[in-house]
Design a protein around this ligand. Structure first.
Ligand SMILES: Cc1ncc(COP(=O)(O)O)c(C=O)c1O
Length: 406
């Protein structure tokens, strides 16, 4: 049979879809001997396996019939209530079960939001660099993304305004902004308070939706929590996306979205034809985990655990990286972003590192305009101290070799 015999029947979006280069890199380096600082996966050492097992067993005895049944598309009502209360406690005063949908991860939240808001050729502004989930969801609808630089205070709103004006003048329909406000993937940067206000204001003046993708919100190691864009949103412009992957476990694929109730209703309709409902046992387990006070405990433990890992990685980088390489100190999340001198190529560094069984993710796939050749992302989330120390030393030596023209 010829390869792809049905290709002529594929949709335009499917023909244009590209696999994520980052997932490809992670798959490439999944060999057990590779010391990988590539994937942004949580460390399984922190998974609450015993508690989940105990809760699951109890629930099966008491509520096995409900728990194994289909659930409502918007998600378990009791769980939506509990999550809405948590959002209120964070300053989202309008959060209520009616404007909250439980999703299969924040990834599905973004996908549903794109289904509701994005038509072919619509433009969404994203960070340069940014995590691929936002652009991927927009592309899956035939939409386009345009990048705006992310600096040490996050996405730059002044550049955003300029771009919106240029795009509108060129006849484009700019629909929204995709932003990761806390400890952004891949840069680890947090959007400043002032810029959060500016962005919400811009959404009102330029008639935009903000897709606020906030999976790292609960993983702040130090400093004050900043209000979400959603909590500043008086006009229903923000779709706030959350994840339990980094605070509970990623394998259950749980997240939620909060937004204006009409938009959330539309997301529910889109979800009905996608997967009908989010995994019911996972929702019951999470609800019980929260009710027993275990989620808050787990979040605090994760904060301490990943803070120590961040500190350790930075210590190693200070020791082994030459001063020509620069990086940030993230105040939460999983990522450190490294910039090399402009004449260096992180792709070449990556190939040399893989030869030595060390991996990271090159920065370029995170730049929707193809720039960022001299950058790379390191993740401290998954790897233990010994491997981290060895990997950082190897990368540091390779950078020094490259600087010396070796
Ligand atoms: C910014 C960002 N959004 C979304 C996700 C996916 O989250 P989830 O597992 O909830 O789908 C990730 C995961 O790495 C992420 O970094």
């Amino acid at each position: 049979m010829p390869k792809n015999p049905l290709k002529h029947l594929y949709s335009r979006e499917a023909l244009n879809a590209q696999p994520s280069a980052i997932r490809d890199i992670c798959a490439l380096v999944a060999r057990p001997q590779v010391r990988s600082l590539a994937g942004g996966w949580p460390d399984p050492a922190k998974f609450p396996i015993k508690e989940i097992r105990r809760i699951f067993d109890d629930l099966m005895v008491k509520h096995g019939d409900q728990m194994l049944q289909y659930g409502s598309t918007e998600g378990l009502e009791d769980l939506r209530e509990v999550l809405a209360e948590r959002m209120k406690a964070e300053g989202q005063n309008d959060a209520a079960p009616e404007n909250l949908i439980i999703t299969h991860g924040s990834a599905q939240g973004m996908h549903l939001a794109a289904q509701v808001f994005i038509d072919r050729e619509d433009v969404v502004i994203v960070g340069l660099p940014t995590y691929f989930g936002g652009p991927g969801a927009v592309h899956s609808r035939g939409g386009k993304v345009v990048g705006v630089p992310v600096d040490r205070d996050g996405l730059n709103p002044n550049r955003l305004v300029q771009d919106i004006k240029h795009l509108k003048a060129a006849g484009k329909r700019v629909k929204g902004v995709y932003v990761i406000p806390n400890f952004q993937n891949p840069t680890g940067v947090t959007l400043s308070l002032e810029r959060r206000r500016q962005l919400v204001h811009l959404a009102e003046t330029h008639d935009l939706v903000i897709f606020e993708d906030d999976p790292y919100a609960d993983l702040r190691f130090e400093g004050k929590h900043l209000p979400s864009l959603k909590s500043m949103d008086r006009k229903g412009r923000v779709i706030h996306l959350r994840s339990l992957s980094k605070t509970f476990v990623p394998g259950v694929r749980l997240g939620w979205a909060v937004g204006e109730s009409g938009a959330i209703r539309q997301m529910v309709v889109a979800k009905q034809f996608s997967d009908a409902a989010t995994n019911t046992p996972a929702q019951y387990i999470l609800l019980e985990f929260i009710r027993q006070g275990l989620l808050d405990k787990q979040i605090q433990e994760n904060i301490n655990f990943y803070r120590a890992k961040r500190d350790f990685m930075i210590e190693q980088m200070d020791r082994h990286f030459p001063r020509e390489a620069t990086w940030n100190r993230p105040r939460g999340g999983f990522f450190i972003f490294v910039e090399l001198p402009n004449n260096m190529d992180a792709g070449e560094l990556f190939r040399r590192a893989v030869d030595k069984n060390v991996a990271f993710v090159t920065g370029q796939p995170f730049f929707v305009d193809g720039s960022g050749h001299n950058t790379f992302r390191l993740s401290y989330s998954q790897v233990g101290e010994d491997d981290m120390a060895a990997a950082i030393q190897i990368i540091g030596n390779l950078i020094k070799d490259s600087l010396a023209g070796r």
